[in-house]
Design a protein around this ligand. Structure first.
Ligand code: SF4
Length: 558
């Protein structure tokens, strides 16, 4: 089976490209079966024995319980990224975290920026007849899809191709960049316009396109601001939430020559006026995808500004880039997932624009691209799929709710993580995407308070996953000092008399530690004050207040 792509590449078992990339056709008796690369066989192997494949949803949706009453929707320079230097990732994280924690102005700004979100989110949650039931349904929809990825991905691809779209499989970031660059070159494009697409951030696409001399413009207002600032997104839902309005006005003045303004509407209009011309001039529009609907072969994109619609519809070629985990089985699933995404992520009943894209323009249609391509990206997602403990982190719908409630994110800010996906879910998946040894420090960037787990609309137990990552990191790269420390603690804590003695010695040494500041405690003491120890230990106080024989510590009984 040979399939011609517009960049002149053949996706076939025998083509040089296929051989060099290890692509192989999955043979099928069906003549319309899609061509899949050999690595997708791994998905089948992973899920087959261990997945527990559901034939249908264990519970049906109870629409009355789920329904929201709000059913009617009211760089020319490379972008810096800490992710480029994993060797120094931990050092940089600790340095930046310390700086940002001290920056009370930044913390106050982030706190204020999120203030309205909490109110709106709670208001919208209250409009669901049963928010917890809706979480169950959303979680089940994603669980069902991820655990049948080997079946649903080919089904999506067959339907997408039947709609006239072309699918390209990318095993990693480099392959994805090569595919997109090949398409852009073959189209003899000059200008590329993008709507918000975190997978393109993940594969560092802008730098690759700009390196080949193609102009790339971000059409999402927040991303556009970040592009002008030469910064990556601060938050994967609110990319410029850390930027003040007067800073945006100055930025537009500097780059677009506009007069200063304090009006958010006027700032939006400045960006819109600038964009309109670029949509018409662009040859290629690049978008992400929120969901891939297997039963219809459609791509669902949800957005607030309408820029993704223009990006997909006006240029002659539309390229969407999506992780393979974005598949859902039914169109009905979106009726649960779209309101959950909007409510949890932005405190909205529904995001303003929800569009389903089903292939390029057909004869008789007035708009739409001549060609529509979808790059399906693995980039270690199959490795997460293979980890039964953490597989459900692939359920993430990138709503950003876990970032918004995370005390660590609110104190250290988005750039400190140095990753494409910030906050708690970023700390869970980044070690899988980029390597546990370089990124395991992120699993320590959590108070394990569980706010992220409570906020997650698809019920990912993020706090637990962070613990798994800590355990895995300790197993793969044990820290000798930590190991000795844990052994010593276990020895002391399991002997009450030794524990009591240790406590007494430590209490008597506290004033001395305060003055001497030994190297082991210096970092800890840099931002903390040692309080004076109470005259009596907790154990002694307990004994005095609980004279009852039954409640006394064992070794104190006669
Ligand atoms: S982990 Fe949950 S809360 Fe966090 S971004 Fe993903 S879906 Fe949203």
């Amino acid at each position: 089976m040979v399939n011609h792509t517009p960049c002149g590449q053949h996706r076939s078992t025998h083509s040089p490209l296929a051989q060099s990339r290890g692509l192989a056709a999955r043979h099928s008796t069906r003549p319309d079966a899609p061509v899949l690369p050999s690595w997708t066989e791994e998905i089948h192997a992973i899920i087959g024995p261990a997945g527990g494949r559901p034939q249908k949803l264990a519970i049906g949706y109870d629409w009355d319980m789920i329904a929201s009453d709000a059913a009617s929707p009211p760089e020319s320079q490379p972008r810096p990224s800490g992710a480029d230097s994993p060797r120094f990732a931990k050092k940089k994280f600790l340095h930046d975290a310390t700086e940002h924690v001290r920056d009370t102005g930044h913390r106050e700004f982030v706190r204020k920026a999120l203030g309205g979100y909490y109110t709106n989110r709670d208001l919208q949650k209250a409009r669901f007849r049963d928010w917890e039931h809706a979480r169950d349904a959303a979680s089940l929809a994603k669980w069902s899809a991820v655990n049948r990825l080997d079946e649903l991905l080919p089904r999506f691809v067959a339907n997408f191709e039947a709609n006239g779209g072309q699918v390209h499989w990318a095993r990693d970031a480099e392959e994805a960049r090569t595919i997109v660059l090949g398409l852009v070159r073959a189209a003899r494009a000059k200008a590329v316009i993008k709507s918000k697409c975190m997978t393109s951030e993940e594969i560092h696409l802008n730098a690759a396109l700009e390196g080949e001399g193609y102009g790339v413009v971000e059409s999402d207002l927040g991303e556009f601001i970040q592009q002008l600032r030469g910064e990556p997104p601060y938050h994967f839902v609110f990319p410029c939430m850390h930027v003040r309005r007067d800073e945006i006005s100055d930025l537009f003045g500097k780059h677009l020559g506009t007069p200063p303004t304090d009006s958010p509407e006027e700032l939006t209009m400045i960006a819109r006026r600038h964009m309109r011309r670029l949509y018409v001039d662009a040859d290629i529009g690049i978008t992400g995808a929120n969901f891939l609907v297997a039963e219809t072969g459609q791509i669902s994109i949800t957005e607030n500004e309408g820029n993704a619609r223009l990006t997909a519809a006006l240029p002659r070629m539309h390229i969407a880039i999506s992780g393979i985990e974005k598949v859902v089985e039914h169109l009905d699933d979106l009726a649960v997932l779209l309101p959950m995404l909007a409510t949890a992520g932005a405190g909205q009943p529904l995001t303003c624009y929800n569009t389903l894209y089903a292939g390029p323009r057909r004869p008789g249609e007035v708009d739409g691209p001549d060609e529509m391509h979808l790059v399906l990206l693995d980039n270690s997602r199959t490795a997460i799929l293979a980890d039964p403990e953490q597989r459900d982190s692939l359920h993430c719908i990138r709503c950003g709710a876990c970032l918004n409630v995370c005390p660590i994110f609110k104190n250290v800010g988005g750039f400190t993580y140095g990753t494409t996906y910030q906050g708690p879910i970023g700390s869970v998946i980044t070690p899988h995407l980029r390597g546990l040894s370089d990124w395991n420090h992120l699993s320590g960037a959590s108070s394990l308070c569980g706010a992220c787990t409570d906020a997650c609309p698809v019920r990912i137990d993020i706090a637990h996953h962070l613990l798994h990552n800590r355990r895995n990191a300790a197993r793969t790269a044990p820290n000798a000092l930590e190991k000795i420390g844990h052994r010593l603690f276990a020895m002391v804590a399991s002997r009450p008399w030794l524990f009591g003695l240790g406590g007494a010695v430590f209490r008597s040494m506290l004033p001395l530690l305060k003055v001497l500041r030994p190297p082991l405690l210096r970092d800890w003491l840099a931002s903390r004050d040692l309080q004076a120890a109470p005259r009596q230990s907790f154990r002694r106080q307990w004994e005095h207040h609980q004279p009852d024989e039954q409640t006394r510590p064992l070794e104190g009984r006669g």
